[in-house]
Design a protein around this ligand. Structure first.
Ligand code: ASP
Ligand code: MG
Length: 412
């Protein structure tokens, strides 16, 4: 019998009425001939409330105790869920992370899953029961309770789907799926029917608040089909899956904006072996994560180098480059903290030409100046002035017809 994992987020089970509605959905799936494993998050804003409770007593709560406390939110959800199913005449059994041997490392508040024992779940499913598992939690080798980081129930669900060889991992949430771009900026952004893991990872910001990036990574590693869908309406949501040939027909699947970035440039660095290594060693020592590194030779003697960082790392990064400036004979350093990056993403870029030209053309027409451009195999990103970023996103979303379903887009 096919196994389906259904994950219900906090908003989908916030009160008794909503738990009942979710339970009805589970029953419907059982009636369709599947075995169902439910993964539940803490109800509503409970995790936030528990954190506030902890901070009221101790501004810096010991992380072991914080995890012990936070895990109770999900435990309440699963037992209530099982009770709701029982009241509707269905046999259900709830488990904590520890009870199904969801073993993690001991990195409290952001633990990583090492293994899970699916045996107990299979046994209960085979007895005809619906199994409800507490998301976001595990235990370490010494049986200490750990949590997986905010949004971690998504990861629990995908890991279980992989371990149980489930047909699909459904993530129930309060939106219809994942949009091609941010609908707050491009009002008519279409819902995506499907998207590849790699595209979703490149567009992590679109999934923000809907699906946790680590769950997508995990889905990719274990080839779990993830279906993000509405807990309110019956319609299909967005399927996140491995790449299928049909995806290549769509040139641009989505567009994103990333704010809170800064750019640092080192002008006129001596063009000799080892200088880039020195600069980035200093940045690594300062624990600064860098992206979009560009180096260009400007003469036989000199090179320019720039990179992008998160604005929260700006002070540390500035300090690091100041320290190394003289050593690499850098003539000047420039810093921009008023930028944003607009990207278009699509696996179809691998096989289509003209995508870059079309994107830059749309930006030109919108009179948006491009500061710098970087690409990956399936992404083109432009750094622009922050105050032009929304206009830029609208322009690229329009030219790539992100308001239409993929199959209706012209030959873009
Ligand atoms: N309850 C946890 C949180 O609020 C985990 C989750 O919802 O996935 O982050
Ligand atoms: Mg969530």
């Amino acid at each position: 019998m096919a196994i389906i994992v259904q994950k219900y987020g906090g908003t989908s089970i916030a009160d008794a009425e909503k738990i009942r509605r979710a339970a009805e959905r589970v029953i419907k799936t059982v009636k369709s001939g599947c075995q169902v494993v439910v993964v539940a998050s803490a109800r509503g804003k409970q995790t936030d409330e528990l954190i506030a409770d902890a901070r009221e007593l101790n501004p810096n709560p010991p992380s072991r105790e914080l995890d012990q406390l936070l895990s109770t939110g999900e435990i309440q959800s699963v037992s209530l869920f099982a009770m709701a199913l029982d009241a509707m005449g269905y046999d259900a059994i709830s488990f904590t992370g520890g009870q199904i041997r969801m073993i993690t490392d001991s990195d409290y508040t952001k633990a990583r899953i090492k293994s899970v024992d699916a045996k107990r779940i299979h046994q209960e499913l085979d007895k005809g029961k619906i199994v409800i598992v507490a998301g976001f939690q595990g235990i370490d080798e010494k049986e200490n309770i750990t949590t997986l980081g905010r949004g971690g129930s998504d990861t629990t669900a995908v890991v279980l789907a992989a371990a149980l060889k489930a047909e699909e991992c459904e993530i129930y949430t309060d939106v219809d799926g994942i949009c091609t771009t941010d609908p707050r900026i491009f009002e008519n952004a279409a819902k995506m029917e499907q998207i590849s893991y790699d595209e979703m990872l490149e567009m992590a910001s679109l999934g923000a608040g809907v699906i946790y990036t680590r769950a997508v990574e995990c889905g990719k590693n274990h080839d779990v089909k993830i279906h993000v869908r509405s807990s309110i309406e019956e319609k299909e949501g967005t399927i996140i899956t491995h790449e299928v040939p049909q995806m290549e027909g769509v040139v641009v699947s989505g567009a994103t904006i990333q704010r809170d970035l800064a750019k640092i440039g080192l002008v006129g660095v001596d063009n000799v072996p080892g200088n880039a290594a020195k600069i980035f060693a200093h940045l690594a020592d300062a624990k600064v994560v860098v992206s979009d590194i560009v180096q260009t030779e400007i003469s036989a003697e000199k090179a320019n180098l720039s990179f992008i960082i998160s604005i929260s790392d700006l002070a540390a990064a500035k300090k690091a480059v100041e320290q190394v400036k003289d050593d690499v004979n850098c003539e000047s350093i420039f810093v921009r903290d008023d930028i944003a990056e607009v990207s278009v993403v699509g696996v179809g870029m691998r096989t289509h030409y003209g995508v870059a030209g079309k994107m830059f053309g749309a930006l030109a027409e919108a009179k948006v100046n491009i500061d710098s451009i970087t690409t990956s195999e399936i992404r083109i990103s432009c750094v622009v002035d922050e105050d032009q970023a929304e206009k830029a996103l609208q322009a690229v979303s329009t030219v790539f017809e992100l308001d239409k379903p993929a199959e209706q887009r012209g030959k873009n």
